[in-house]
Structure formats: C-alpha cells, structure tokens
Design a binder for this molecule. Structure first.
Ligand code: AMP
Ligand code: MG
Length: 343
C-alpha cells in the first residue's frame, strides 16, 4: 500500500476522511502525539489499527470527538458522570481523556473488552476537522509501532507506518508532545491512570478529590491488575538500553564521564553540556518541563538514529507539573531500570 503524506488543506482533509469512511486507518495530528485514526464504531476498521500497530488486543483505544455533543450524537456512553461533566467543561478541548461507562454502540474491540470507554475532545483544530469530515468518532492510539516511542511529527509516523496505512495528515510538530492525561471518575474521586498535558495540579485546581494511581510511577506488583491496561506493557522504548539516573548534578557528571564514549550517550539538560564529556542529546533547560515534554519522544527516537549506541543514561526529571508525565514515560522507556546515585 502506498502511504500519502497529506497537507491540512480542505481537499486533503476530505481525502483522509474518505479513507476513514471506507473503513481505513489514517495518521492524524493532535496536540498530544500523532494518532492512528479509524471509525471507533466499526469493528473491522478498528481491527486494522491493532494490526498496523501490533498492539495487544486487551489494550483499549481512546475515542476522539469534535464536540461535547458528539457523546450523545453517537451514543458513546450510558451516562456522563457529574465529575466528568465538570472536567469536560474545564479542560476540553484539550489533553484530557475521561473514562466513562460504555454504551452498547461502542464495539468491544475499541474498549479491549472493558465496560468503560475512554473519550477525548482534542484541542488540535486539524484533528477536529478530520473527525467532523469523517462523520464519526475516531478511535486513535498513538501512531507508533507498539512499544516504541510515540510520534510527534508526520515523519515519525511515516517511519513506523509507511506501507501500512493509506495516508498521514502532516499538521506539524505536536504542541504538548506527550499523550493525554487519562482519568477515571468513579465514586466522585478522580483517579489519574496516566499523567499527561493536564497536570495533577490542574485537576486539583477544579476538584479536591484527586488520586494518582500507584502504577503511574511504580512497577505493577506480581498478579496486580492494571486499571489502565496500557500500563502493564513495556513502552516508549528505543532499541538501545535506557537507564534513568537519579542524582545531583555533580553525581551525574562523575558517573557519566566514566562511561565508554564509543557506545554510550547521555540524555541531559542544556546546562549540563559543558560538564558532560561523552556524546549527548540535550532535552531542554532543567527548569523547562514543558520543553522536556515537547522534545521527549523525538529525543528517544534520536538515540536509535545515532550509530553504535548501546546504552543511554537519562537524567531523572522533577515530578512536578508535566514532569510527572515525562517521568512516567521515561521510567517505562527504561523498563524500570533506575540507578539512584544519591542513596
Ligand atoms: P494510547 O492509545 O497509546 O494513547 O493509550 C491509551 C491509554 O488509555 C492506554 O494506557 C489504555 O490502556 C488507556 N485506556 C483506554 N481506554 C481505557 C479504559 N476504558 N479504561 C482504562 N484505561 C483505558
Ligand atoms: Mg501509545
């Protein structure tokens, strides 16, 4: 199959929508990461998403809508809980996914067999144009091969999906650069299942009962069930080994400068550049968590683009604000391999 790289012109959006209407899968820009989009209510179309990604079938997809009223129009949920309505009013359109009780209209394949459905109204105008032109809600996971870093440019999507899907809309670099925050709203408590662009601090500014699921920053214990099935899988990983390093600035420099510069790379901050004597990828300024989030997946992809790199040592970000989302992705990219030099 030839994969077309499309612009965001009216004509191209309509062409992408025509692929969706025929039951196909297309690459869709959003403000979080690029998605692999298909009609969320069409079992055969959604099956193609799982095939293109190589995604385990028990890992459910997020259903994207263009207006709050789409929830009712397409009959996606049994009810919109009161707290979900509040969150939608405050944070939609935006990088927040809300888990709600699913209606019978949503096929099992979309929700991985769960009785809940994840819904998001994206901020990205081109994502919403595509949803509207397609005339259906779009199921869209990140448009990468399952397990590898998520795509934040159309070229990333092309690299992973070339020949597997008919078209990718090039909407430029994703603004946030990390996937949406996923929350459940059971028993009047908001539980963060995956941190993202809407931070815990943002949620607490509109509602006081906010919890963060233990699995966000810790490995699931043996036999423990994942509230969000995606959390049990290795994720976001380049082919090279990634190790997260918790340490002071000086501790990091002493450690990294002893490594073999022929096959090791450092992922560190702009301020570290003059002190690190092995090849490095700069993730942005230490205090600029938004920049670290924005650059993270491109930086993880860059590790594999560098010749001969076997190991990448990554500085551990601050877990405040969007830093929690950066840390959540890095811990998984490292397969939970963390060195603590401060202990
Ligand atoms: P991605 O498609 O890569 O953005 O990942 C979507 C995330 O949302 C995964 O971690 C899924 O496990 C999670 N998710 C989707 N639907 C549900 C649901 N109904 N209940 C819990 N988690 C969900
Ligand atoms: Mg993903």
């Amino acid at each position: 199959m030839k994969t077309l790289l499309l612009t965001t012109s009216e004509e191209d959006i309509n062409l992408a929508a025509s692929f969706v209407k025929e039951g196909g899968v297309v690459g869709m820009p959003t403000e979080t990461v690029y998605g692999l989009a298909a009609n969320a209510l069409d079992t055969e179309a959604v099956k193609k998403i799982f095939e293109a990604k190589g995604r385990p079938s028990d890992n459910p997809l997020i259903v994207h809508i263009a207006d709050f009223e789409d929830i009712k129009k397409f009959g996606l949920v049994k009810e919109v809980p009161k707290v979900a309505k509040l969150l939608a009013e405050k944070f939609w359109p935006g990088p927040l996914t809300i888990i709600m009780p699913k209606s019978d209209n949503v096929p099992e394949i979309t929700t991985g067999g769960l009785d809940t459905v994840a819904v998001r109204l994206p901020q990205d105008v081109n994502a919403r144009r595509l949803i509207k032109a397609s005339g259906c809600p779009l199921a869209a996971p990140s448009a990468n091969i399952s397990g590898s870093p998520s795509p934040t440019t159309a070229n990333h999507v092309y690299f992973d999906m070339q020949g597997k899907i008919p078209a990718i809309i090039d909407g430029g670099e994703c603004e946030v650069g990390l996937e949406s925050t996923v929350v459940s709203v059971k028993d009047d408590i908001i539980t963060v299942l995956r941190p993202g662009g809407v931070t815990v601090e943002d949620l607490l500014s509109v509602y006081d009962k906010v919890e963060v699921c233990d699995a966000v920053l810790n490995k699931l214990k043996e036999g423990e069930t994942a509230l969000s099935p995606g959390m049990k899988y290795k994720h976001y990983s380049p082919k090279a080994r990634v190790v997260l390093v918790k340490s002071s600035d000086k501790g990091f420099y002493d450690f990294i400068n002893q490594q073999n510069s022929a096959d090791t790379i450092a992922l560190c901050y702009k301020e570290d550049e003059e002190f690190v004597r092995i090849p490095s990828i700069l993730m942005g300024s230490k205090a600029d968590l938004e920049a670290q989030a924005h650059n993270l997946f491109a930086d993880l992809r860059l590790i594999d683009a560098c010749d001969n790199v076997k190991t990448a040592y990554v500085r551990c970000p601050d877990s405040k604000g969007i830093g929690m989302a950066v840390l959540n992705r890095l811990i998984r990219a490292a397969g939970f391999e963390v060195i603590n030099l401060d202990e």
